[in-house]
Design a protein around this ligand. Structure first.
Ligand SMILES: *Cc1c(COP(=O)(O)O)cnc(C)c1O
Length: 326
């Protein structure tokens, strides 16, 4: 575990990294370390774990809609959602594209809010030549087997503040060091077996990203269109983690998802549903952009082992309907 942490520190340039059990418990730990218990501004367009971590910690998610450009939280709508109970912003770097980290930082500083990034999609993404994990008070990441870098199951906290690190170090491992019992803690450690899995992969991350870039270019070639998202920002070194396709409507999406499944090709509705519509929320609120995108977006297969032939097959099935690509 320590060997993997050292490699992750070097890769991310963060002062401290804590390898943990998964990408959900690290969000819970970050909220606890920052003493966040009330309202948290968050995004509805992320995996359900982001919201679950908030609810599990007893926080109230306040959803702010996403922007059309890269589907991250719409920074122009954050300030009007702030109340005297707001304590933090928890935002997700969607598909590996960075949030507007500079404006989020400005808003947070102005209103004295903590910032946590769920960076589970963004391993390897760089912004203005810095690792994306360097932004915010704490960044969290999942290393689940489905992610670009993985440890089968696992996650990590990326921290630049010594106090937060010391607190989180204790939380991760029962709150004590030998016979010195300091605080309440849980068992959130990454197992040595999972860390060993990570050590097998970490040296290959650059190679993995390069290959995914290549596969993305095959998709773009066969679709005869490039993803709008890729036009994003010149400041971003993208990690090519996902290949999302946006359909005209839900009906068209389901139609083509079924067609692909008939050919034993399994794309994923990711992210779906828009989390502001979860049935177990106490006060749901509308987020029109997120609801619309979540209904219509499908992530196509993209792994290190995806072949050009497979991409060609997938595209020829989808090209028949000329979907609107994002
Ligand atoms: C995968 C993922 C998670 C959950 O991580 P686990 O390791 O499965 O707990 C949380 N948030 C986002 C954005 C994810 O992509």
């Amino acid at each position: 575990m320590q060997a993997l942490e050292a490699k992750l520190k070097a890769y991310s340039n963060c002062k401290e990294v804590l390898a943990c059990a998964n990408g959900t418990i690290v969000i819970q730990m970050a909220l606890k370390a920052l003493n966040v218990t009330k309202e948290v501004i968050t995004t509805p367009f992320t995996y359900v774990a982001t919201t679950n971590a908030l609810l599990w910690q007893g926080c109230q998610p306040v959803y702010v809609d996403i922007n059309h450009r890269d589907f991250t939280i719409d920074v122009t709508k954050i300030e009007r959602a702030i109340t005297e109970r707001t304590e933090a912003i928890l935002a997700t770097h969607v598909y590996g594209y960075p949030c507007d980290v500079e404006n989020i930082q400005k808003i947070a500083a102005k209103h004295n809010l903590k910032v946590i990034y769920d960076a589970s999609n963004a391993f390897g993404t760089r912004y203005k030549e810095k690792s994306i994990f360097e932004f915010g008070d704490i960044s969290t990441c999942s290393f689940h087997a489905t992610k670009l870098f993985h440890t089968a199951e696992g996650g990590a906290l990326f921290i630049n503040n010594k106090d937060y690190y010391e607190r989180l170090y204790l939380y991760r491992s029962f709150g004590h060091v030998y016979d010195n019992y300091i605080t309440v803690g849980i068992n959130a450690k990454m197992s040595e077996l999972h860390a060993a899995m990570g050590l097998c992969i970490i040296e290959d991350v650059d190679k993995i990203i390069k290959k995914r870039k290549k596969i993305t270019s095959w998709y773009n070639e066969y679709f005869k269109a490039s993803m709008q998202l890729e036009k994003g920002s010149a400041d971003t070194d993208y990690n090519y983690a996902y290949y999302p396709v946006l359909f005209k409507d839900r009906h068209e999406l389901l139609n083509y998802k079924n067609k692909l499944e008939d050919h034993k090709i399994f794309p994923r509705r990711y992210f779906y549903p828009s989390l502001n519509t979860l049935p177990f929320l106490s006060s749901p609120s509308p987020c029109r952009v997120s609801e619309s995108i979540a209904e219509r977006i499908l992530c196509l297969p993209l792994s290190y082992y995806t072949t050009k032939k497979e991409v060609q097959r997938i595209c020829s099935i989808i090209n028949k309907c000329k979907p609107q690509l994002c």
